[in-house]
Design a protein around this ligand. Structure first.
Ligand code: PRP
Length: 195
């Protein structure tokens, strides 16, 4: 299947969306490329956390697909937990306000923690979360994000494990939404949306 045909399928899918009218696909990240990066990150984590049993904390909702794929590729024992943080509301622009609506349930005191994000954009959500997690006294805190989006970064954050660096566009698919749509696309699209 050639790339133009794939773009046509994406175009039809998005055209049927009630929330997006005018858009351009800037970039597509295929399932194969995502899988390769997930495997690479999982190997790095498995190598670096031998005999440490890290606690992976996923940031809901967007991380749910990446998180599920990542933990199944990691070959060492680990524990999982989740937080829910809302920063965007219903628009595609970060408000800068971060609201913690679900906290972790495991004790992380003295334990190595890896925060897992689908995307780091302005960095405001992550900066808030790292401060919050560090108050619980973990042994260490590292950051894993599938997508490192640089264009709108406001808080410099060191990302220890990341899959893709993206400069522009609004990202949907593989867990990421636009007004709660497109989370279940198996690949990632970077869109320029004019609405
Ligand atoms: C997204 C994403 C990150 C955050 C990144 O979550 O999952 O948590 O935004 O943005 P930032 O770096 O500009 O702070 P969102 O609030 O859209 O919720 P969702 O995960 O439910 O889609």
């Amino acid at each position: 299947m050639n790339i133009q045909y794939l773009f046509l399928i994406d175009a039809i899918y998005i055209k049927n969306s009630p929330v997006i009218k005018n858009y351009k696909i800037l970039e597509k990240i295929s399932e194969r490329r995502i899988h390769q990066q997930v495997q690479r990150i999982a190997k790095d984590i498995s190598d670096e956390y031998q005999n440490k049993e890290p606690i992976l904390i996923g940031v809901l909702n967007g991380v749910f697909v990446f998180f599920a794929d990542l933990v199944r590729e990691i070959s060492i024992p680990l524990k999982i937990d989740f937080v829910r943080l809302a920063s965007y509301g219903s628009k595609n622009v970060s408000s800068g306000d971060v609201l913690l609506t679900k906290d972790i349930e495991l004790s992380i005191e003295g334990r190595p923690v890896i925060i897992v994000e689908d995307i780091v954009d302005t960095g405001l959500t992550l900066a808030y979360l790292v401060r919050h997690i560090k108050k619980r006294g973990p042994e260490s805190v590292k950051i894993c994000a599938l997508i490192n989006k640089l264009q709108r970064r406001e808080k410099e954050m060191e990302i220890d494990y990341w899959g893709f660096e993206i400069k522009e566009g609004f990202i949907v698919g593989y867990g990421l939404d636009y007004n709660e749509e497109f989370r279940c696309l198996p690949y990632i699209l970077s869109l320029e949306i004019e609405d």
